[in-house]
Every structure is written in structure tokens, then in C-alpha cells.
Design a protein. Structure first.
Length: 264
């Protein structure tokens, strides 16, 4: 079995814009501190680069307050990239802005045309399948179109359902290795991870379920010591990154980058 689901040569990130203080949020927990967010973002980029990966950091997009959350704009697979069609109308332009970068990196790029919507935050790619969570941002027609597009590369898609009140499927889960998923208990209880090894976030630390395995490290938000300890006990090299300001906009570790190894 390969480990294409968490070993990467490249990542794309986008610097936060000053307009991010107007970003979307499910619950208003305060205005993000732009300076602190930029410091956290720099730490995040440094952690990705520490693995030897090439990290492309794109310029801020003032017209799109949420554009730091690049994961929602595309699905990057070894064979090609799929440009998403975000479910939030104010974010549609972000996908169009990302497309030229993907065309420069890949021989094959396809685009979700609609009428359905789908965001990368609802997509978890494992070694055996692509799990797509239906949510307020990803609908049935979006899942259907993605299924058709990635079928050309030999991928199967399984539709699952994001818990009520949770923005994205990956808000509540992340891939740790080929067989292991970090998940909240509420998401795992749905049965969507049968056949995988599941590690639950510690009680009261559900907000750290969105982590990323990037080559030999696991990046997770700082401030969740019991879950971090649990992951280290399972042998993972955990790097904790400040995420307090992105969290005010429902953002986590996976939201901040597109991670991939394009075929040469």
C-alpha cells in the first residue's frame, strides 16, 4: 500500500488579507487579531517547509476575506486537480483565483461546473476512497459531479453526512495515516469510519479534530494537551500551531493549505 494520502512534495497557502476580519463565521466569538493570525500563519508555513516540501505562498486577496482558507477551493490528487464550487456565494471567486495556479502545476485540471456546490473542507481522501460529507456547503449534486470527475482517475467516492451544526466534515475529523483517523466521538458514532482505526479527541477538545498529517509530522492546533498527548502516545510526531484567530472564523489546520504530489 502506498502512502499518497499524507506524503506530499508541495503545498499551496495564501497569506491572510486585512479584510479577513470580515470573514464568515457560524458564531461570532470576536474579531480576529490580524497580527497574531499572520504570526500563526508564518509558523504554519514554516512547519510545512520543515518537512522538505515546496510551499507556494500566494498573495492576499483583499476582495475575498476568507481566501486564507485555500483548501475549500480545490481537491488536489496526484493525477490532477479539481476546482471546487464553494457553497458560500461570497467565496465563489476564490476558486477562480486558485485555478491559474493549479493549471501551472498540473497537466490535468477539471472544474465543478454546478449547479451543485462542494468545498474541500468536506472531503477526506484516504488510501482506499474519497469520503465526502454532505453539509450546508456541499450538496448532493456537488458530490455527484465530483464522483464523475475523479472516476476518470480511478477514485471511488463515498457520501457521508456532516453532523448538524458542524460547518465541514473535516471540522470533526482528519487523516493520521493510511488506516487511522482522528475524530470526534459524535462523528465516529455515525458509523462513517467502519474499517478504519479511530482515535477520538479528548472530551472537551473536539475543536482539535481538524489536524493534518503532512509527511512525518502531525500539525494540530495548540491548546489541546490531552489529545496531543494521546497522539504522541500512538507514536505521532505532533507539532502544535497557534490557531486561535482562524478558529474565530471556523478555520483549522487543513483549511490553510492544499497539499499534494503532482505526477511528473
Amino acid at each position: 500500500m502506498t502512502d499518497r494520502s499524507f506524503r506530499f512534495t508541495h503545498a499551496i497557502a495564501r497569506a491572510p488579507s486585512a479584510s479577513i476580519t470580515r470573514g464568515l463565521r457560524a458564531v461570532d466569538t470576536g474579531t480576529p487579531d490580524l497580527g497574531l493570525m499572520r504570526a500563526h500563519h508564518a509558523d504554519y508555513i514554516a512547519a510545512l517547509r520543515s518537512t522538505g516540501a515546496t510551499v507556494i505562498e500566494l498573495s492576499p486577496l483583499t476582495d475575498f476575506p476568507d481566501s486564507v482558507f485555500v483548501e475549500d477551493t480545490a481537491l488536489c490528487l496526484p493525477e490532477g486537480a479539481v476546482v471546487m464550487r464553494p457553497g458560500a456565494p461570497t467565496r465563489l471567486g476564490e476558486a477562480a483565483q486558485m485555478a491559474p495556479t493549479l493549471y501551472a502545476l498540473y497537466d490535468e485540471v477539471v472544474e465543478i461546473k454546478g449547479p451543485g456546490t462542494i468545498e474541500g473542507g468536506d472531503i477526506l481522501t484516504t488510501e482506499r476512497e474519497i469520503l465526502v460529507g454532505r453539509s450546508a456547503r456541499t450538496d448532493a449534486k456537488g458530490v455527484e459531479e465530483l464522483t464523475r470527475l475523479v472516476g476518470r482517475w480511478g477514485y471511488s467516492v463515498r457520501e457521508v453526512f456532516t453532523p448538524p451544526g458542524v460547518l465541514h466534515f473535516k471540522t470533526d475529523c482528519s487523516l493520521l495515516d493510511a488506516e487511522t483517523i482522528l475524530s470526534t466521538e459524535r462523528l465516529d458514532a455515525s458509523g462513517c469510519f467502519v474499517g478504519y482505526r479511530v482515535i477520538h479527541t479528548a472530551e472537551g477538545e473536539e475543536a482539535c479534530a481538524n489536524a493534518i498529517r503532512f509527511n512525518d509530522i502531525v500539525l494540530m492546533p495548540a491548546g489541546f494537551p490531552r489529545t496531543a498527548e494521546k497522539l504522541r502516545a500512538h507514536g505521532y510526531d505532533v507539532h502544535e500551531i497557534g490557531n486561535s484567530e482562524c478558529a474565530k472564523l471556523d478555520g483549522g489546520m487543513s483549511c490553510l493549505s492544499l497539499r499534494f504530489t503532482p505526477k511528473g
